[in-house]
Design a protein around this ligand. Structure first.
Ligand SMILES: Nc1ncnc2c1ncn2[C@@H]1O[C@H](COP(=O)(O)OP(=O)(O)OP(=O)(O)O)[C@@H](O)[C@H]1O
Ligand SMILES: [Mg+2]
Length: 238
């Protein structure tokens, strides 16, 4: 595999079986993500976006096909190996922030760092400063606005300096301006850290800021488009 490919999907299928019912959530999906690329995955509800993200992130395993992330084939790992993979290689940002309510912003970030080898860690305070929340480190999630909570979640995802950051509807719960601010932050971080962002959304306006847009339809990739000039998040309208 080429060195600059961080994520490779090779004819990946995912079938959910529930008793007699089979759901073909992904059908022979193939994709190459290059280092530093900002990818947006677009598609209607039920098209397989979250499934794809969960497979790349090692939250779930494919029914068939091959998935390589950061040079590692994760298609057939055991649960224990997948846990280690997730810890070392991917950061997750979710729609509903998923912060631990009883921990402060700083503790939420530190908690994620806990399992990371010391030499690979940044400091929680530094990372919170990067997302503009240096002065809010000791606040609990309930004392923060939605946008601030999502910035803590981004700080948490970045703390271990993962090569790949996976975001599922990261602006879904945020108002327009806050959403754009979060997208701007993600874009800046992607450039600065040279990490890959894979952002899932049903908001097609967001696609304009991506390097590459992958459209999913009924579990299949209907198009892959590369933007010559990704739009500044500031200029997005939705
Ligand atoms: N754990 C599961 N068990 C059974 N079926 C599932 C499971 N997870 C997802 N599916 C089905 O797989 C298909 C793809 O779901 P997925 O969550 O990937 O869609 P999505 O594109 O993320 O949709 P949304 O925009 O609504 O979040 C859907 O038909 C869904 O019902
Ligand atoms: Mg989803």
């Amino acid at each position: 595999m080429e060195d600059n490919i961080t994520v490779l999907l090779d004819r990946v299928s995912k079938i959910y079986r529930m008793g007699e019912v089979e759901v073909h959530a992904l059908k022979e999906v193939s994709l190459e993500v290059h280092r530093g690329e900002f990818i947006v995955i677009l598609g209607p509800s039920g098209s397989g976006k979250t499934t794809m993200l969960n497979l790349i992130g090692g939250i779930d395993t494919p029914t068939s096909g091959k998935i390589v992330v950061g040079g590692r084939d994760i298609s057939r790992l055991s649960e224990k190996e997948l846990t280690a993979f997730r810890r070392e290689t991917v950061g997750f940002v979710f729609q509903f922030f998923n912060l631990i309510p009883t921990l402060t912003a700083r503790e939420n970030v530190e908690f994620a760092l806990d399992l990371v080898p010391r030499e690979k860690r940044g400091s929680a305070k530094e990372i919170l400063e990067k997302v503009g929340l240096g002065d809010r480190a000791d606040h609990f999630p309930s004392q923060l606005s939605g946008g601030e909570q999502q910035r803590v979640a981004i700080a948490r995802a970045l703390a271990k300096r993962p090569p790949v950051v996976l975001c599922d509807e990261p602006t879904g719960e945020l108002d327009y301006d806050t959403g754009k601010m979060i997208l701007r932050l993600m874009r800046d971080i992607a450039t600065e850290e040279r990490c890959n962002f894979v952002v899932v959304t049903h908001n097609s306006a967001i696609a304009q800021m991506a390097d590459t847009v992958v459209k999913l339809h009924s579990g299949e990739i209907s198009s892959i488009t590369r933007n010559e000039k990704p739009e500044d998040p500031e200029n997005l309208v939705w």
